[in-house]
Design a protein around this ligand. Structure first.
Ligand code: ATP
Ligand code: MG
Length: 508
């Protein structure tokens, strides 16, 4: 009587379950198939009971299945038992769909049977895919905008600096022009974050020990964060070597620390940690484009307000912020995301409202052997000179700014609005010592081609390139000389002067 009651209760539970419930024996034969399974796989229970469960699996799961069970029964190796593995299921129509599978083991008449709980992931996957596509689109859009802004900011910054230099004895006007410089620098910082998000930033990856990096940031963070934020750094005894751009990584960690502080208005602990970890395929969830393997991990964990799902899901989007107008740009996490992805890594957020947040950066591991020989500190050449510089730049504002700055530093300047004109000048007898050229220019002759052809006419001509794009993204446009000297836009006058001098001084 009791057994029967138990049985009907069990039946009622299983039949009502939203998730699929399936029972199989050690041979893989289906013993039970609940209504949720019928909906998911589009088979009626009587069509599948007594048949092998492999019929519900596409390859490679299908061929591997007998082996899994046999192996488990023989060795007890828990390859199939466990919670929440992502696999594919196969419907009657042959269509496959993603599902989350948890498997438990039970016993019936002294023989093992297996219980599978199946959750459909189709909708979640679609939503994740849509979100990924949105990020991609927004990245392209913002990258394009950031590039144009770079040009404009180069002009604003440059001219304001030139003004400030001339206004030294007019304090009122000087203050105005210094304000312009301040605002333009702020704009340049936002532009940099946007470029980072769109993965178009110039990165200089190097082997870094994440332990060292975190320890060296303590002073900076202590000086930046409020006193009620208790900073804890937990590092490993062994080095945690990552291949990444150290400056960008520092600014990523700083951004995360500031977010943590904002989330803890009444103070709390902020824990930074680094370790080397293994990412398995199963643990990667839907991140299809992340390779399993070893990663250097930096985690930033706070005890703050945490994030509800709708915030967590959108947190990486540029301009997404829950902060008051004027308080947050919504670009902090965007920068972190773009930087880590461009570095070949991966970033995750775990957070629940009221339970704090944990952000983890997974960066490609590096081996000590990969460490490039440490560069000797470059000597800073004194700026200025009297050589002839040929400026090839299509943007009239940027061009005007470059000419004025170079003349201020004593150089003689020749000008061309595009590559073709620049070549015509050289062919006509101009003898510049240095070519300062934009890379992407209209008119069919790019900066690269201009440099190559100019050097045919003037062997030994020094060349300094400039671009709003990083070398990495220019590479996709063909013939990139990775050794080329590149001055990234927007540049400061002093930087322009320094790089021009340095290029002129370099051996031919
Ligand atoms: N540690 C955290 N705890 C709780 N919420 C967070 C945390 N980090 C980020 N968030 C949420 O994600 C949003 C986006 O963060 P993001 O760093 O991109 O922009 P922001 O901090 O709002 O502005 P910005 O960083 O540009 O000053 C935040 O507004 C906040 O709602
Ligand atoms: Mg932020």
């Amino acid at each position: 009587m009791h057994a029967l009651e138990d049985h009907s209760r069990f039946r009622a539970v299983v039949d009502t379950a939203v998730d699929g419930v399936i029972l199989i024996n050690a041979e893989g034969v289906i013993l039970m198939f609940n209504p949720a399974c019928e909906r998911l796989f589009e088979y009626a229970a009587h069509e599948v009971i007594g048949r092998n469960v492999k019929m519900l699996m596409p390859e490679p799961y299908c061929s591997g299945h007998d082996g899994y069970i046999a192996n488990y029964l023989r060795t007890g190796e828990r390859k199939i038992i466990g919670i929440g593995r992502e696999v594919l299921g196969r419907k009657r129509s042959g269509a496959t769909f993603p599902l989350d599978l948890s498997v438990g083991e039970a016993e019936e008449d002294g023989r093992p049977i297996f219980v599978g709980i199946i959750r459909d992931l189709t909708e979640r996957k679609a939503a994740e895919m849509a979100q990924a596509q949105k990020m991609e689109t927004v990245g392209q859009l913002s990258g394009g905008i950031a590039h144009d802004f770079n040009n404009l900011l180069t002009v604003i910054l440059g001219h304001a600096e030139a003004l400030s230099m001339r206004l030294k004895d007019q304090p009122d006007l000087l203050r105005m022009s210094d304000t312009i410089i301040g605002a333009a620098e702020h704009g340049a910082e936002l532009t940099r974050r946007l470029l980072a998000f769109s993965r178009r930033q110039r990165l200089q990856p190097d082997v870094i020990d994440c332990n060292d990096l975190l320890r060296s940031m303590v002073l900076l963070l202590r000086g930046t964060l409020r006193e009620d934020v208790e900073l804890r750094v937990s590092t490993e005894p062994d080095p945690v070597l990552a291949l990444a751009d150290a400056t960008q990584l520092e600014s990523a960690v700083l951004n995360l620390a500031l977010n943590a502080q904002d989330a803890m208005p009444d103070g709390g602990a902020l824990t930074l940690a680094s370790s080397e970890v293994e990412l398995h395929r199963g643990s990667l969830g839907s991140n299809i484009d992340v390779k399993p393997g070893r990663y250097a991990m930096i985690s930033v964990v706070d005890e703050g307000s945490g994030m509800p799902p709708h915030v967590r899901e959108r947190a990486f989007e540029p301009f997404f912020t829950t902060k008051e107008v004027g308080k947050g740009s919504g670009l902090g996490l965007s920068m972190v995301y773009g930087f880590v992805r461009q570095s070949g890594g991966h970033v995750t957020i775990h957070s629940e409202p009221g339970l704090g947040a944990s952000v983890r950066l997974f960066l490609p591991v590096a081996t000590e052997a990969a460490k490039p020989p440490s560069k000797s500190a470059p000597e800073t050449p004194s700026a200025g000179g009297h050589e002839i510089v040929l400026v090839a730049e299509d943007d009239p504002f940027v061009r005007g700014h470059a000419i004025a700055s170079l003349q201020d530093f004593g150089y003689r300047v020749l000008v061309a609005p595009n590559g073709r004109e620049a070549l015509r000048l050289i062919a006509g007898g101009a003898r510049p010592d240095l070519l300062f050229t934009d890379i992407v220019m209209p008119g069919g002759v790019s900066g690269w081609e201009l440099a190559a052809r100019a050097r045919e006419l003037l062997p030994g001509l020094k060349v300094l390139f400039t671009s709003g794009y990083p070398l990495e993204s220019l590479a996709s446009r063909g013939h990139v000389d990775r050794q080329a000297k590149l001055l990234a836009k927007p540049y400061r006058v002093a930087e322009l002067a320094r790089r021009v001098r340095e290029t002129l001084n370099a051996p031919a």
